[in-house]
Design a protein around this ligand. Structure first.
Ligand code: ITT
Length: 207
């Protein structure tokens, strides 16, 4: 009988506890030993796209740890705000509550301006997660993107999730991300959709 194989270490290159929780659930069925990134490590996000920033984080953390590394750069693009906050989603304000506050204020102002021009309100938005996997030398081996369309609510709803979840409505379900159970967000959310594309490739590479 072949000896059981040792699980491959995989570092999650993120300091965002909400993302790390979601990845732990998504990766649970894979033969991997999930590890956090080195404490205090922060990679400057100088890229102009989510994909570029995911690559920067995966490369830097893989080089620092000598382990396979998964990074995620994600963001919320709001149509009436011409795609903002987008790649700046984390830097839009200092806390989740302030980021949501700024988003709702700016969207209300944009919709007042639309109203003054006789246009209907526009609340469409889209979450994107760009994932990158680097090998232990820091070379990027896999890249995928997942998207989830929705609408921005006028007020936060629900107590689950993290980040902008309470103001992001998925109309088909009539629920905000913060009102969904983890499995539902994992299935239809941007990160879950990106991960569904990544999983078979990750299994082939590390399995
Ligand atoms: P790391 O770079 O350390 O992973 P971060 O929070 O800085 O953590 P990003 O640079 O990717 O992550 O910024 C993404 C922003 O979008 C951040 O404010 C998140 O809270 C928010 N965000 C990302 N995914 C989200 C989700 O599934 N639900 C709600 N907000 C999300």
């Amino acid at each position: 009988m072949a000896p059981p194989s040792t699980p491959t270490p995989l570092v999650i290159a993120s300091g965002n506890a909400g993302k790390i929780r979601e990845f732990a659930a998504l990766l649970a069925a894979l033969p991997l030993e999930i590890q956090p990134q080195p404490e205090g490590m922060e990679v400057e996000e100088t890229g102009t796209t989510l994909a570029a920033n995911a690559r920067l984080k995966a490369e830097a953390v893989a080089r620092a740890t000598g382990c396979w590394t998964l990074a995620d750069d994600s963001g919320l693009a709001v149509e009436a705000l011409k795609g903002a906050p987008g790649v700046q989603s984390a830097r839009y304000a200092d806390s989740d509550a302030e980021r949501i506050g700024r988003l709702l204020r700016e969207l209300a102002a944009a919709n007042r301006a639309r109203g003054a021009e006789g246009l209907p309100p526009e609340r469409g938005a889209r979450f994107t997660a760009a994932l990158a996997v680097a090998d232990p030398t820091g070379r990027i081996r896999l890249e995928v993107e997942g998207h989830c369309p929705g609408l921005i609510l006028e007020e936060p709803r629900g107590g689950g999730g993290f980040g902008y979840d309470p103001v992001f409505l998925v109309p088909e379900l009539g629920l905000s991300f913060a009102e969904m159970d983890k499995a539902t967000k994992g299935r239809i959310g941007h990160r879950g959709r990106a991960f569904a594309l990544l999983e078979p490739k990750l299994r082939a590479l590390l399995g």
